[in-house]
Design a binder for this molecule. Structure first.
Ligand SMILES: [Fe+2]
Ligand SMILES: [Fe+2]
Length: 452
């Protein structure tokens, strides 16, 4: 069975064994609340989602899954498909485990780069009545053995990008179907995963248990996250790390301890850089009541970026691609550049929020230019666009499409990047970009970039 076939079949298996919230209701069947008690007990599995691979990296991997009750989750990890010699890694960190009744997060560390690992997920159900009164009351393991390949120079240089999904699951279903068919090494989710989330259950639905056919969309293809402006909105998003964990702290210096979303990952011949443009309104905008802190965050990422670009595995990659949610360039003079103090209002602009991020462009793009970054992939505008490089701006910009598959003008996109080897050395390598139009199912545009 080839990998694509495997993923397809796995999806069917997963859909049958994992109860995604809303899935039954969508099919017109009885939900758990309406079902008789015995049926409810049978249907209520402790493990309530497929695992999601978070924060693709060379030597670590995050695994997250939803649970329906108090649980202590774990991952069994092996380099062998038969799981021989598997090691058990529990949720949480040192001191105590992360026993809870919502989301289990397991950090796998000390991994080998560009290596396939096999894993299974499990959870002990816990009865907790107080400080000294706790016991394991049962155990559940997902019967399926999953696998993933870590990043690194030896990994296949092949990524996909999605953006502005805004919790529209009909479109998300189509995006994940396309990604399953393309089977990339990783996917960058380039922000605006939702509109606003007040409850953790909303985040769990968006990331861990989406009501889609490929409910295991991230169980074997690891994801990278470049947050969008909407990913900061709502009380649950203020602690989005409860569902999508921070990146490993050893990836950055202690100065940058709080920059847990930025990534610099080598994948084959490509270096992937993740930046966070943060909100599309100024911190001084009265709408935000002084509760946002995007300005200092953007500035702090300058030193991180400068260091990341110097790292050997990043500096030596033939292709450098950066990802962030809000565009770093726009030549339309009516488009708000996101730096109109204090409240983003100016009659010369068509909207009271950033269409592009001039501050981030001024802070970050000199470093990206110097490093000969070929391409910046952004989002936010809900309209696909390509900005070819010019004499003054040597990097190209791709802006991913919108959230509605029914909108043929502002169609959603999967942007695919793959290294093609046609000869020896750097000259024999091209970064081939294919923009898939999800409304039509056709290829919208293709581009090719030379090595740095
Ligand atoms: Fe958006
Ligand atoms: Fe946005």
């Amino acid at each position: 069975m080839d990998r694509r076939e495997f993923l397809k079949n796995s999806a069917v298996l997963s859909a049958a064994t994992v109860l995604a919230p809303g899935a039954l209701a969508a099919e017109g069947k009885k939900t758990a609340a309406e079902a008789p008690a015995t049926e409810e007990a049978a249907a209520k599995k402790l493990i309530a989602s497929a695992p999601m691979l978070q924060n693709y990296a060379a030597t670590s991997m995050g695994v997250a899954f939803a649970v329906s009750d108090m649980a202590n989750g774990y991952v069994l990890l092996s380099e062998r498909e038969d799981m021989e010699g598997a090691r058990k890694v529990k949720c949480g960190g040192y001191r105590v485990t992360d026993m809870n009744d919502k989301v289990q997060q397991i950090r796998l560390t000390g991994l080998k780069p560009a290596t396939r690992y096999y894993y299974r997920i499990g959870a002990d159900s816990i009865s907790y009545e107080g400080g000294y009164k706790m016991k394991i009351t049962g155990n559940e393991e997902d019967p399926r053995t999953y696998s993933f390949v870590t990043a690194g120079k030896g990994a296949e240089g092949h990524f996909c990008v999605i953006n502005d999904t805004h919790a529209r699951f009909d479109t998300f279903d189509m995006l994940t179907a396309k990604i399953a068919a393309l089977a990339p090494s990783c996917v960058v989710w380039n922000g605006d995963t939702c509109n606003c989330e007040e409850q953790i259950e909303g985040l769990m639905r968006n990331f861990l248990a989406p009501p889609i056919q490929h409910a295991d969309y991230a169980s074997e293809i690891p994801y990278l996250f470049a947050p969008g402006n909407h990913d900061s909105r709502g009380m649950a998003n203020r602690h989005i790390e409860r569902v999508w964990m921070w990146r490993q702290s050893e990836e950055r210096s202690s100065r940058d301890w709080d920059l847990g979303r930025n990534f610099a990952v080598r994948m084959g011949d490509i270096a992937l850089i993740g930046l966070d443009t943060a909100e599309d309104k100024l911190d001084t905008n009265p709408l935000f009541a002084g509760l946002f802190n995007s300005g200092p965050y953007r500035e702090a990422q300058v030193a991180w970026l400068a260091d990341a670009l110097k790292r050997k595995e990043i500096a030596t990659a033939p292709f450098l691609v950066a990802f962030c949610h809000i565009p770093l360039f726009d030549d339309d003079p009516t488009h708000n550049p996101g730096d109109v103090a204090p409240a983003d209002k100016d009659p010369q602009y068509s909207a009271d929020y950033a269409y592009w991020q001039r501050t981030c462009a001024q802070l970050w793009t000199p470093l990206l230019e110097k490093a000969k970054c070929q391409l910046v992939i952004t989002a936010h505008m809900h309209t696909y666009r390509y900005d070819a490089p010019t004499k003054d701006r040597r990097w190209a910009q791709l802006v991913g499409g919108g959230p509605r598959w029914q909108d043929t003008e502002r169609f959603p996109t999967v942007i695919e990047g793959r290294v093609e080897v046609t000869g020896r050395g750097k000259k024999g390598r091209k970064l081939h970009i294919t923009v898939h139009n999800i409304s039509t199912g056709e290829i919208q545009e293709e581009f090719q970039f030379n090595a740095r």
